[in-house]
Design a protein around this ligand. Structure first.
Ligand code: GDG
Length: 473
C-alpha cells in the first residue's frame, strides 16, 4: 500500500487507551493509516484569532494526525455556513432549509484553499490522497492547482441530490466541475451515483463510458458505488464486553418485561425523528392492547447546536415527546423515553441487544450505520427486528429488514405491529441474511475497495463481491 493521506473536516485519532470509543469508520481509517504509515489531516475543531497555517502533529496508537486551527470567520462561513446550512440540507433534499449566501460560499472556497496550502508541503509524489465528504469537495482542485499530481479520490458520505435540486445552488456548476480534479469519486449507492451522472450528462455534457469513466473538459474520473460498512467483528466483540452485558441487563431490568423499541440518531432533521414519533403515536392510537407492553427509547445526542434549524428540531421534539407521553403515559408507564445524550459505544451495543425492534427511519441518509450496528449486536438465538427507511442508503443492501416509508405514520405503525409480533423463526431467518451482508461488506472491505480504486485498480481486486459494485452503467 502506498502512503495514505486521509483528509476530512475533523480527525478522530485513537485515544491512548486504543480504539474503544472510536466509531467504525475511524477504526478502519486508523488501521489503514497505521499500515501505510500515513497521515490524517483536518481541522482541529479549535478556533484561532488569525489563521497561521501552523500544523499540529500528533501520534497516538501508531496513527499520525496533522491538524490546523481555523479563524472564527472560517468556522462561521465554511462549517456552520456552507457545509451545514447550505450543502447538508440541500444534499438531503431539504431545499426549504438551505441558505444561499455568498459569504458562506466564499468562506468555503477560502478554507478549502487553506487546507490545500497547508497540506501540499506534506504530500510526497507516491502518496495516495483520499478526501472525505461535502466539506471538502473543491480540495482536489486546489491541490492540483498547487502542483499535486498524485492519485486522488473523493468519497461522499451523504446523498448526492437529484439534478433539479442541485440546480438551486448558485455555484452548482463550479462545485461539480471541481470534482473532476479527482481520479475516483465514490458514493454509497447507485441512486446517488445515478443522480451525479444525470447532472454530468445533462449540465456538463460529459461523456459517461460503460465502465463508469466520466470524461469532461480533458479530464476523466471514475465514479463508483462503494457502500460503507461497520467494523462488524469489533462490534460483535463490543456486544460481549462487560460494559455491554451490564447495560443490557440494566435495560432489561428497567423494561420490566415490556418490549423495547430503540432509535439512535444524532439529533438531525434528516433522521426523521418527528415522523418517527408520529408513527409510534399512530401505533399507540390503534393498538390499545399494546399500551403498557412496549416503549420507545430514543437516544438523540444533540449536534450542530449553533445552527437554527437544529435548535428548532430540538424544541419540536421536546414538545412532541411531551405531548405523546402526556396523552398515553400512566403512573407506571412512559411510552417514550427520549434521551438527549450520547452513550459510550460498548454501552450502546448492550442497548441495541436489549431492544426487540431497531427503528431506523431517516427521511434521507447517505448510508446509516446504526442499522448495521443494530444487526451486529443481536443475539443469534433470539434476534430483534430491524425496521428501516426506504430512503436510507442502507436499504439497498438490507432488503430483509422491514422497509418502510418514514413519511407515512400508518406505514411505520403497521411495521411496528408486524415487528413486535414476528415469530422467532422469521426473525432468525431475516437476521441471518442481514448479518451475512453486514459481516461480508464491512468497513475494511469498503476501505480496501475504495483505496484500490484510487490506486487505479477495480473494487473486485480488493476481494469484493462484485455484483453490486463497480462502475456505473
Ligand atoms: C454520515 C452520513 C453515513 C450515535 N449516537 C451515539 C453514537 N452514535 C454513532 C452511531 C453511528 C454513528 O454515530 C452515526 O452514523 P450514521 O451513519 O447513522 O449517521 P451520520 O452521523 O449522519 O453519518 C451517514 C455515515 O456518515 C458514514 O458514511 O452512513 O449516512 O450521514 O456509528 O453508533 N455513538 C455513541 N454514542 C451515542 O450515543 N458512542
Amino acid at each position: 500500500m502506498n502512503r495514505l493521506i486521509v483528509v476530512s473536516n475533523r480527525v478522530q485519532p485513537p485515544s491512548g487507551q486504543g480504539t474503544a470509543n472510536q466509531g467504525g469508520l475511524a477504526v478502519a481509517l486508523s488501521a489503514a493509516l497505521r499500515e501505510s504509515n500515513g497521515v490524517w489531516f483536518g481541522w482541529s475543531g479549535e478556533e484561532t484569532e488569525t489563521f497561521t497555517g501552523q500544523i499540529q502533529f500528533q501520534k497516538a496508537a501508531g496513527v499520525t494526525t496533522a491538524t490546523i486551527d481555523l479563524e472564527n470567520q472560517d468556522i462561521e462561513e465554511y462549517y456552520n455556513g456552507y457545509a451545514n446550512r447550505t450543502l447538508w440540507p440541500l444534499f438531503h433534499y431539504r431545499i426549504d432549509l438551505a441558505e444561499f449566501q455568498r459569504g458562506f460560499a466564499g468562506g468555503y472556497e477560502r478554507v478549502n484553499a487553506r487546507f490545500a496550502d497547508t497540506l501540499t508541503p506534506l504530500v510526497t509524489p507516491e502518496d495516495v490522497v483520499w478526501v472525505n465528504d461535502y466539506h471538502l469537495i473543491p480540495l482536489g482542485r486546489e491541490l492540483r492547482n498547487r502542483g499535486c499530481a498524485n492519485r486522488m479520490g473523493f468519497f461522499l458520505h451523504i446523498p448526492w441530490p437529484p439534478m433539479r435540486l442541485l440546480l438551486s445552488l448558485p455555484s452548482h456548476r463550479e462545485l461539480v466541475e471541481s470534482l473532476f480534479a479527482y481520479d475516483v469519486i465514490g458514493f454509497h449507492t447507485r441512486d446517488w451515483l445515478d443522480s451525479f451522472l444525470h447532472y454530468a450528462r445533462e449540465q456538463l455534457e460529459a461523456e459517461v463510458a460503460e465502465d463508469g469513466t466520466v470524461r469532461y473538459a480533458g479530464r476523466s474520473l471514475r465514479a463508483i458505488v462503494c457502500p460503507i460498512g461497520i467494523d462488524s467483528q469489533e462490534f460483535i466483540a463490543a456486544t460481549q464486553s462487560e460494559a455491554a452485558v451490564r447495560m443490557q441487563e440494566t435495560m432489561e431490568r428497567s423494561a420490566g418485561g415490556r418490549q423495547m423499541i430503540v432509535g439512535v440518531d444524532r439529533l438531525d432533521y434528516s433522521k426523521g425523528l418527528q415522523e418517527r414519533f408520529l408513527g409510534y403515536e399512530r401505533f399507540l392510537a390503534s393498538n390499545a392492547d399494546q399500551h403498557q407492553k412496549v416503549f420507545l427509547l430514543q437516544i438523540a445526542p444533540p449536534s450542530r447546536g449553533e445552527v437554527q434549524s437544529y435548535q428548532e428540531i430540538r424544541a419540536s421534539l421536546d414538545a412532541l415527546s411531551g405531548r405523546i407521553n402526556g396523552e398515553y403515559a400512566s403512573a407506571e408507564w412512559v411510552p417514550i423515553r427520549y434521551v438527549n445524550k450520547g452513550y459510550p459505544r460498548d454501552q450502546l451495543a448492550g442497548i441495541y441487544r436489549a431492544a426487540k425492534v431497531g427503528l431506523v427511519t431517516p427521511l434521507r441518509d447517505g448510508m446509516n450505520l446504526v442499522a448495521k450496528e443494530y444487526i451486529a449486536a443481536q443475539d443469534p438465538e433470539d434476534p430483534g427486528v430491524l425496521i428501516l427507511s426506504h430512503f436510507a442508503g442502507a436499504a439497498a443492501q438490507m432488503s430483509e429488514a422491514l422497509l418502510v416509508n418514514p413519511y407515512s405514520a400508518e406505514d411505520v405503525a403497521d411495521a411496528l405491529s408486524v415487528a413486535l409480533a414476528m415469530p422467532r423463526e422469521e426473525r432468525i431467518r431475516r437476521w441471518r441474511a442481514l448479518m451475512e451482508g453486514v459481516c461480508r461488506e464491512d468497513v475494511m472491505w469498503w476501505l480496501r475497495c475504495f483505496v484500490t480504486s484510487i490506486e487505479g485498480g477495480e473494487c473486485g481486486d480488493a476481494g469484493a463481491p462484485d455484483q453490486e459494485l463497480g462502475a456505473a452503467a
